[in-house]
Ligand binder design. Structure first.
Ligand SMILES: Nc1ncnc2c1ncn2[C@@H]1O[C@H](COP(=O)(O)OP(=O)(O)OP(=O)(O)O)[C@@H](O)[C@H]1O
Ligand SMILES: [Mg+2]
Length: 252
């Protein structure tokens, strides 16, 4: 197991955002994290990526207990996170964005631009991403293509674990399909992928295991063999219903 949480918990003041959540990430597999708004999905991945520190339970990397003081710490252990807003510069070219933050220390002075463009183009192609021109601004790409560039970049810079926070939620059916293919491509290259989504229809085709969160607590982590698409969908729907009911009762 590359990455694992055991009974992890996190509070923000009096808000208990996560309570006793256990999950695991294996090389060459996709772990999906599902849950409604406010379920704790982002909080969980922020712990995995060093943005937040847990205050209960344990986090393990390669079977040994770990604690990340910063996102840099997590990145140094090969844990790379692609956020919804992507941290790309829309007016900058595809290849510049590909190398953003990873340029040699001396800046672009002495940076082999021709080589950089070739690497970006080749890496995108290797992931099956057809960017016609790596000089075009990233802002001219579709949302799905931009997600894909971010995934290819993480793969190239040596990620072992790739965490994707809702990469498909802003996309239409076709574009979501494109991103799901890149998730499968990253998996096939041996990465452990953590795929956050609230859509069981996006999760099921690529997922090897499914962690369900509801209001900060785990409804369990299921291996694909142990849960059908129908069951996964109904568990998700059930969680939403319970939440609605709780709100209704609280009003009285
Ligand atoms: N920095 C913070 N300070 C205080 N409360 C927070 C903080 N971050 C998250 N929370 C609370 O923790 C709970 C879980 O939030 P989180 O963002 O993890 O949910 P989520 O599952 O990612 O939801 P969404 O689907 O809307 O992205 C929420 O009640 C949220 O208000
Ligand atoms: Mg979130």
């Amino acid at each position: 197991m590359i990455l694992e949480t055991r009974g992890i918990g996190k509070s923000f003041g009096s808000v208990l955002a996560l309570r006793e959540v256990s999950m695991s990430v294996e090389a060459g597999q996709v772990t999906c994290v599902l849950g409604d708004n406010g379920a704790g999905k982002s909080t969980l991945i922020k712990i995995l990526s060093g943005v937040h520190q847990h205050d209960a339970g344990s986090l393990l990397v390669d079977g040994a207990e770990a604690r990340f003081a910063s996102p840099r710490d997590a990145l140094d252990r090969g844990i790379s996170t692609v956020y919804q807003d992507l941290a790309m510069i829309p007016l900058m070219s595809v290849w510049r964005n590909f190398f953003l933050g990873s340029e040699p220390r001396r800046g672009l002075l002495g940076f082999d631009v021709r080589r950089a463009r070739r690497v970006a183009r080749d890496e995108l192609r290797a992931m099956g991403i057809d960017v016609r021109d790596v000089d075009q601004p990233v802002g001219t790409l579709s949302g799905g293509e931009r997600q894909s560039v971010a995934i290819a970049r993480a793969v190239y810079f040596g990620a072992r674990v790739l965490i994707l926070d809702e990469p498909t939620s802003a996309l239409g059916v076709k574009q979501a399909g494109v991103v799901l293919r890149y998730i499968a491509a990253a998996r096939d290259r041996g990465l452990g992928v953590v795929f956050i989504t609230h859509n069981p229809h996006h999760a099921y085709p690529v997922g090897d295991r499914f962690l369900l969160l509801n209001r900060g607590t785990s409804l369990g982590q299921y291996a694909k063999a142990d849960i059908s698409r129908e069951r996964l969908t109904s568990l998700m729907a059930g969680a939403a219903e319970l939440e609605e009911l709780a709100h209704e009762l609280e009003r009285d």
